[in-house]
Design a protein. Structure first.
Length: 363
């Protein structure tokens, strides 16, 4: 947890005038505090939120639910009961828990921001939209998963040269909106590309083992398939091992780009990964910082922001990206994205290249 006390300025009379204290943010992180086999995505989200908090002079408290949606609900109840409420609470619709969490946190004066997984249409029908039935739910911030899927398949298709694309897809569970959106983006590209089609798309449980098993079955079923894409790191690595087991000539790419997958991209085993999803919490901190300063993000992109920032990482840029993002001590300047600090018209531009260029100069 980051802490920041009230600052004081001394006037000519000798009296001390209190300046505005740093805004306090609680992040109800659905993941694990320590990596136990489910990947480090949620720890990275917290890590970059913490960096952003330092950059923006904010306080951040992270509560981990350890993949337990019932614990996450209890944490929301505890925060809602606090006599000294935080200024903001950041939540995630993990395991469809956000609907009840929003209702619980409606009792708190804290303002609530939903990130990563949006509510489903059924959930929105039940609780309404931002700043309506639940007035302190001020916004939703997600990555544009459709554009990520589209650009991943566009890159893989281009690597095939004159050959057509015969694609096997492995996405996550069908109840998670981001799972369906990533697949929709792939389908959109293939629909408009020449000599390209999906052999079969299957749902998985986001795990390495399930993806490995399903990819083996699909590769046997479709021996002419030349591309496999998967919706997260673990499934992408599972698909890669299935391809290696069959000694198949198949391009494999995915979405996520944690360190193990990036190493496989760097050595050419994986063709590409879409990277940057773990920065979404940092972008949320930028929006909350500006909101706290009186610059409402609703006027710069709306209450429901779908950010198009995920970047294709391939063999040429993977080593540099991994070095800048994952090495200890890298300086990442999130303050440059703030419209309070750098006023500019239009929606927020969270282009990752700005962050990487700044880190490169600062290293």
């Amino acid at each position: 947890m980051l802490t920041c006390a009230y600052a004081g300025l001394t006037g000519v009379s000798g009296r001390v005038f209190a300046t505005k204290r740093a805004p306090r943010v609680v992040f109800l992180n659905p993941g694990e505090a320590v990596q136990r086999g489910t990947g480090q995505h949620w720890q990275l989200v917290s890590r970059f939120m913490t960096m952003a908090a330092r950059t923006l002079d904010m306080q951040l408290e992270v509560l981990y639910a350890e993949r337990d949606h019932l614990l996450m609900q209890r944490q929301a109840e505890d925060v809602a009961r606090r006599a000294d409420a935080p200024d903001y609470v950041v939540i995630v619709n993990e395991k469809m828990a956000a609907q009840q969490m929003l209702k619980t946190l409606a009792r708190s004066p804290a303002k609530v921001l939903l990130i990563h997984n949006d509510l489903t249409s059924e959930q929105r029908h039940a609780v309404g939209n931002e700043r309506e039935l639940i007035p302190n739910w001020i916004g939703t911030v997600t990555a544009n998963a459709e554009r990520a899927g589209y650009r991943l398949m566009q890159f893989l298709y281009q690597q095939l040269g004159q050959h057509g694309a015969q694609v096997i897809g492995i996405t996550g569970d069908p109840s998670t909106p981001v799972s369906l959106e990533r697949a929709a983006g792939v389908d959109d590209f293939l629909f408009h590309a020449s000599n390209a089609h999906t052999c079969q798309l299957v749902f998985s449980d986001w795990s390495y083992a399930d993806s490995d098993q399903k990819a083996r079955v699909l590769l046997a079923r479709y021996p002419d398939a030349n591309v496999i894409w998967a919706a997260n790191d673990a499934m992408t690595l599972g698909a890669l091992d299935a391809v290696k087991a069959r000694n198949a000539r198949v391009l494999v790419g995915g979405i996520g780009a944690l360190q193990e997958a990036l190493a496989k991209v760097a050595d050419g085993s994986l063709a590409a990964m879409m990277a940057g999803d773990y920065f979404l919490g940092a972008w949320a901190m930028v929006l909350l910082h500006d909101h706290n300063q009186g610059n409402d993000f609703a006027t710069n992109g709306g209450l429901r922001q779908k950010l198009d920032f995920l970047t294709v990482i391939h063999r040429e840029n993977a080593p540099r990206y991994a070095d800048l993002v994952f090495r200890s001590g890298a300086i990442l300047d999130f303050g440059q994205y703030s419209k309070t600090r750098s006023p500019r018209p239009g929606p927020y531009d969270f282009n990752l290249q700005y962050l990487l260029d700044t880190a490169s100069r600062a290293s």
